[in-house]
Design a protein around this ligand. Sequence first.
Ligand SMILES: *Cc1c(COP(=O)(O)O)cnc(C)c1O
Length: 475
Amino acid sequence: MSPEEFREHGKQVVDWIADYLSTIESHPVRSQALPGEVRAALPAHPPEHGEPYRNVLDDLESLVLPGVTHWQHPSFFAYFPANATGPAILGDLLSAGLGVQGMVWATSPACTELETVVVDWLAELLGLPDGFRTDSAGGGVIQDSASSASLVAVLAALHRASSGSVGAEGIDGRYTLYVSSQTHSALEKAGRIAGIGAANVRVVDVDKATLAMDVAHLRTLVEADLAAGAVPTLVCATIGTTSTTAIDPVAEIGGLCREYGIWLHVDAAYAGVAAVCPELRWINDGVAEYADSYATNPHKWLLTNFDCTVLWMADRAPMVDALSILPEFLRNSATDSGAVIDYRDWQVPLGRRFRALKLWSVIRWYGAEGLRAHIRDGIALAAEFAALVRADPGFELREPHPFGLACFRPLWTDLDREAANAKTLALMERLNDSGSLYLSHTKVDGQVLLRMAIGGPATRRQHVIEAWEHIRAAR
Ligand SMILES: *Cc1c(COP(=O)(O)O)cnc(C)c1O
């Protein structure tokens, strides 16, 4: 494709995306495709001869789109939002257009240095501690996901807990991780990948009412492990759990970690970005004093296309020591001089995309006040939805709901728990099948709850009110 052909088709693609976004409400929110339907509609064999680009767009529209769930639909309320916005899409397009592979500073200095600037900007926007800034011992780095960020934190913690011997000799001790029943499964997965083993991931109890980690139980588990000769390596505290946005007591957990020299990783994948609003900075209480690492996802609620997780370290040395490896083909004078950052040492893969461009585009387009307005809108709409649920005697609302998520359930009279759960799930399926909105669910203390996650850039009050009317009518 010549640059002139690219210009022509590129304009068609941008027009296609703009048309898609402006007519997105004409689609059912959740794809109605059956298993295998998209695959069966596509040719089983690749073309021998090249085709006009128009054919790709035609097939995208007729064959692929029916199998797409419209995450940017303003009535998408499932899981958590995965915000995509104009400036982020354009930033990603520019990254693709430059086609840079930024594995080390020398392979494209701006790829590294723009990233350093935007992660420091984001730390400032979120009011994160100065120790997370790149001009301190710490620093931030963009990862593909919070799962990768957790894995990097576990590897750095293992390195520190083993004084480097794990990287050199493999795991010989009995290293233990601590999560709660509400912690994201990414942590257990990181433990498995790192060789710690699922059997050495301890699940700490949570408070029944708040679902926050029970620090007294954490202490009991840590002390029992120490008595048995294990090496407590990392505790994960979550700010905004995936299930219900519960908040662990970070400061209290941090005090215990400090006492025993355990790494504290803070997973704020969904909710951390809410700290762009000064009135929400309290969610990070304890982070400045105690967190060894902290991750949040601009790719959920901060208007930035997937993938964009930012991981910060209070001290980057254990991470770099754990992950640095310098084969001959990567040797260069800039790396040797020690004057530059090579982000390949801050992540699992070697290669890396120029992701900083989209975060940079987003922060510049919206400015701090635009980012705050988006978070405040989501929280206000969730509060309004919650008030409607609370006022209806046919439903029960779960409190509190500090962010954009409201969890609730219909009350079914004269049904035992299993029957009530089945009816709640059937209600959700009916609503999702209708195509007019998309909800997901969770289970708390054996009870199925519906999750209404608000925070899409196109979601307005009217979509939330309509969703509530659909839910009430379907009950
Ligand atoms: C969404 C989420 C994750 C996983 O995020 P990915 O970026 O998809 O890996 C981890 N932790 C929490 C608390 C989350 O909400």
